[in-house]
Design a protein around this ligand. Structure first.
Ligand code: ADP
Length: 276
């Protein structure tokens, strides 16, 4: 089966005025299938955002190819289709809000595409319902909490009916309540609607909720596997300066090797078994 997102030996450098170009992506190959829920973690500057920007042709590879459902992001004729297939959500919800009423904000991109107004109405209602924001349809976005704003931004993306959503640290500016609202919404989009999710995050407990975890380091994919397996390489993660989820860390510190506790419950179970 063809991958939905196929990073094929991609290298990329930002053009620099003074110093020479620095390679930010160095031969990245990664295939992400339809319906996957993938987290990408890595140090600041490891190339995660740059990788994300490849997926809907914000950036183009210097060498190698980026394919979205088999469409090359260099193919200008496919640009619209690519951008409809892959929606992006960024860190700062305030930068993504364009209208003064929530439902107008969600409708914005559809209006630009010339979607008929009854179809817009249906899609906006459905999108707001999906992210649990229907009752705020007529509210002013700037008065919402960070988590609510980010869910409105997600509604704007899903109204376009994308096959995939790439989220670049969507919870970084949110409080714990906002973070869990957004994470629950993302998980639901994947589980219930089969939307492919690529989530860039610094929060290892968020990464633990994904089906697959990719670790970037210095422009290359350093590790790629189920979260349990990747976090299980504890020493490798530490060597990259990365943490593991707290329950995992605690189980490790207690010497409960092999416990691989991703959640508080799993950690409690492991401690219980140990005490027994
Ligand atoms: P990450 O998302 O993992 O923090 P980025 O992809 O944002 O990594 O950045 C990788 C490297 O590219 C960093 O060293 C960063 O400073 C540099 N970089 C990012 N964006 C630009 C840009 N627009 N111009 C020049 N350098 C950039």
């Amino acid at each position: 089966m063809d991958a939905l997102l196929s990073f094929d030996n991609i290298s990329f450098s930002y053009p620099m005025a003074d110093a020479g170009p620095v390679k930010v992506l160095d031969g990245v190959s990664l295939a992400i299938g339809a319906g996957e829920f993938v987290a990408i973690v890595g140090h600041n500057g490891s190339g995660k955002s740059t990788l994300a920007k490849m997926t809907n042709a914000i950036l183009l590879p210097d060498s190698g190819r980026m394919l979205v459902s088999g469409m090359d992001t260099r193919d200008e004729e496919k640009l619209l289709e690519i951008r409809q297939s892959v929606g992006m959500v960024f860190q700062n919800p305030d930068n993504q809000i364009v209208a003064t009423v929530v439902e107008e904000d969600v409708a914005f991109a559809l209006e630009n595409l010339g979607v008929p107004s009854d179809e817009i109405r249906r899609r906006v209602d459905r999108a707001l319902e999906t992210v649990g924001m229907s009752k705020y349809a007529m509210h002013a976005p700037h008065r919402l909490s960070g988590g609510q704003k980010q869910r409105v931004a997600i509604a704007g993306v899903i109204a376009m009916r994308p096959r995939c959503i790439v989220l670049d640290e969507p919870t970084a500016m949110l409080d714990p309540v906002g973070r869990s609202e957004v994470m629950d919404t993302i998980a639901q989009l994947n589980r219930q609607y089969g939307i492919t999710i690529v989530l860039i995050t610094h929060h290892m407990n968020e990464a633990a909720r994904c089906g697959r975890l990719v670790v970037m380091n210095k422009g290359v994919v350093e590790m790629d596997g189920p979260p349990r397996e990747v976090f299980g390489r504890y020493d490798d993660m530490r060597a990259l300066g990365l943490s593991v989820p707290q329950p995992f860390e605690l189980a490790h510190q207690l010497g409960l090797d092999g416990a691989q506790a991703l959640t508080v419950e799993e950690c409690a179970d492991a401690i219980y078994r140990w005490l027994a």
